[in-house]
Structures are given as C-alpha cells and as structure tokens.
Design a protein around this ligand. Structure first.
Ligand SMILES: C[S@@+](CC[C@H](N)C(=O)[O-])C[C@H]1O[C@@H](n2cnc3c(N)ncnc32)[C@H](O)[C@@H]1O
Length: 195
C-alpha cells in the first residue's frame, strides 16, 4: 500500500478530472447508497451531498485526510480489511487501486458489497497486475467474473453483486515499481495461478 503527499486526493465531482467522468452520481435513484473507496479528502462526495442530500454516502481511505465531516460518513481504513455493514447501489474507486497491494482482492471485495442492481466502477490499470500469462489470462478471467475492462480508458466495471473468486493467489506487491500511466509512483501486484 502506498499513501504519500504527491497524490491528488482532492478531485471534485465535476470538471475534466472529476468523478463525473467515471459515473454520473447525480443520476442515482433517490436515497441510493454510494460507497467511494480510496476517497482521499472526500471533496467529490461532499459536492454530491450538497446537490443530492438524499444520497447515503460513505468514503473510505487509509489516511484520515478528510475535508469535513458533514453529511458524508468517512471511515479511516484499508479497502483490503474494511467490511461494510450494508450493500451499495454504487461503489467507486477513483485512482485508488493503483496504490493497493492486492488489487484483485479489492475488486472482489467491492463487487461483493453491491446491491443486486448495483454498479462498481473504478480506474484500473491491468498492467499493474503481474501473473503467469499476463493480460492474456487476466482479462478473460475478469470477463468470466462479470467485470468489463476498458483498456483505453483503463477502467473496470461490474453490474450486480458478485461473491465468486478469481483463479489467482496474491503473492505480494512492489511499491517501488515506478510511475504508471497517471505519472505517479504506483504499486505493482503479483499473483500466481490458483488452478
Ligand atoms: C490518488 S489518491 C485519490 C483520492 C481520491 N479518490 C481522488 O480522486 O481525489 C489515492 C488515495 O488512495 C488511498 N489509499 C491507498 N491505499 C489504500 C488502501 N489500501 N485503502 C484505502 N485507501 C487507500 C490514499 O490514501 C489516497 O488518498
């Protein structure tokens, strides 16, 4: 896991680099539950809470660097260990998985927290996952588990709850792997085949 001062933790809801490019949170149904993993300062969540006070919003981050409390529930915890009490209509992770060791484990955890019609969407760089067979094995396995991966946008998505597994076992991570496509130092995650 990596958390440092160079990270942009302050993305807003709107704008070129804002959360809205990932998902139109404002279009969620009335009273929907939204969980944002690796939420940083949580400014985007607070933006959404102002416009849509009916939403039930939770942000989780390893570092308790939250902008304010207010109407958003902020939790200081790792996505690899935290367990929610409820399910969510939307789970997002904006440029957070790049810094997580067990990225595939985090994907599975997030998908298991969805409500039946819920959506999970996250920035995800498949090249940050190393396993025997590389992307030729990883991408079909993700597809088989119901995740769709947009390699151009480096974005992963799943609709509906998933409580299955992937055929890989986490070995560990390298937090000195260098910069990824975002220009920031990222964590490379290693897996072996579990078949
Ligand atoms: C580049 S920032 C993005 C923050 C926010 N999503 C945004 O776009 O403004 C990445 C965030 O991931 C958090 N992070 C890294 N590893 C984490 C983990 N294992 N669990 C929860 N948060 C983590 C860092 O503390 C940091 O706030």
């Amino acid at each position: 896991m990596v958390a440092n001062n160079a990270m942009n933790r302050d993305r807003r809801l709107a704008g070129r680099d804002g959360y809205s490019r990932l998902f139109d949170v404002l279009a969620l149904r009335p009273g929907a539950r939204w969980l944002d993993l690796c939420c940083g300062s949580g400014r985007a969540l607070l933006d959404a809470a102002v416009i849509r006070p009916d939403l039930d919003i939770t942000g989780v981050d390893l570092v308790g660097y939250f902008a304010a409390a207010g109407p958003v529930r902020f939790v200081t915890a790792s996505v690899t260990a935290w367990r929610p009490a409820n399910r969510f209509d939307l789970v997002t992770c904006v440029h957070g998985l790049h810094y997580v060791g067990d990225k595939l484990g985090a994907l599975l955890r997030a998908a298991s927290w969805l409500s039946d019609g819920g959506v999970f969407v996250a920035d995800f760089d498949a090249s940050g996952v190393r396993l025997p067979g590389g992307a030729r094995r990883l991408l079909p396995a993700l597809r088989a588990a119901g995740f769709s991966y947009d390699s151009r946008a480096r974005r992963i998505r799943r609709e509906g709850r998933f409580t299955g597994t992937l055929p890989f076992r986490y070995l560990g991570a390298d937090d000195r792997a260098g910069r990824n496509y975002t220009g920031q130092p990222a964590v490379r995650s290693y897996y072996e085949s579990a078949l």
